[in-house]
Design a binder for this molecule. Sequence first.
Ligand code: PLP
Length: 381
Amino acid sequence: MSQLHGFETLAIHAGQEPDPLTGAVVPPVYLTSTFKQDGVGGLRNGYEYSRAANPTRTALEECLAALEAGTHASAFASGLAAEDCVIRAVCAPGDHVIVPADAYGGTLRLFRTVLARWGLSSSAVNLADPEAVRAALRPDTRLIWCETPTNPLLALTDIPGLAALAHDAEALLAVDNTFASPYLQQPLTLGADIVMHSTTKYLGGHSDVIGGAVIVRDEELGDQIRFHQFAVGAIAGPFDAWLTLRGIRTLPVRMDRHCDNAQQIAAALHAHPRVTRVMYPGLPDHPGHEIARKQMRRFGGMISFQVAGGEEAAAELCGRTRLFTLAESLGGVESLIEHPARMTHLSAKGTAQEVPGDLVRISVGIENAADLMADLTHVLN
Ligand code: PLP
């Protein structure tokens, strides 16, 4: 579908033509592992075996490619499966990768453990500091991995600036766009080579499916990723692809409400006496606010904040909210709260990437903003 269409139109129509056989308006769930051949090698529309391609997954992949202004998308069983595929498709054992010092804990664990054993070396760097990135670049650096905003500290990285640094060093730039979603930020249009998502989050949007995606513009890169996806097999199943696509149709309206609610809640938290620091890119005093204004449409639905009273107080508070459910993950319609030091980022404990104990992370849902603030005020007071 043409890139000339608006984002909201692409979310509903890209890859989602009515079914040619029946006219079904919603792409059917093709629950089949294999496809009949019309004579040996006579494939119908290229479908042979569902690890290679499945029409429901194709619909999702075409939609994702359009939303990220890319040309090739591959949908995976999880965000981490997508990350693993990017690295193995692009890098070889012995290569070096630069990763954000405060990336999602699971991403850092993947690099530190699994990929290190495969022979990949990585340097964790503050990507907001171009000098630190320049100093970390080596002749064997193949890739810079970026996450912006980061999970859970909401730090921003200037994507065009980092892309220039990567390309000068003949490295590629991959951006984990999970926190922003393509509605708020399109890294490929800002100079990145690869975009990755945990579609589990805003794209799926309803906390009912785990998935991942990789989107690129370069045909050779697209073929490499697709080959690895096929050869290793961590694909999104048809029903998971269908659920994700159903979520995507409402992404723009959901994101607008997430952003409206989060902006109000961030301002209220900022003014609260028990809150010592609020991390939200939409606040003018956030160090990445200007970068966010340049490269994001709006500021997103994720907020982290620190509270007086230290780690125990933060953990205790997380257990007392009524509307904010105490749970890992983010990006669903319902609001969630979590304590990164003891939950999502526990694996970083004792490393340079350990997160502050007094930190609370909230995923602001699309409920009534006043109700959400009343819930937080109740546990803060
Ligand atoms: N990237 C980010 C920013 C995440 O927050 C997550 C999960 O929380 C992942 C990647 C991993 O995605 P998944 O849980 O779908 O494997």
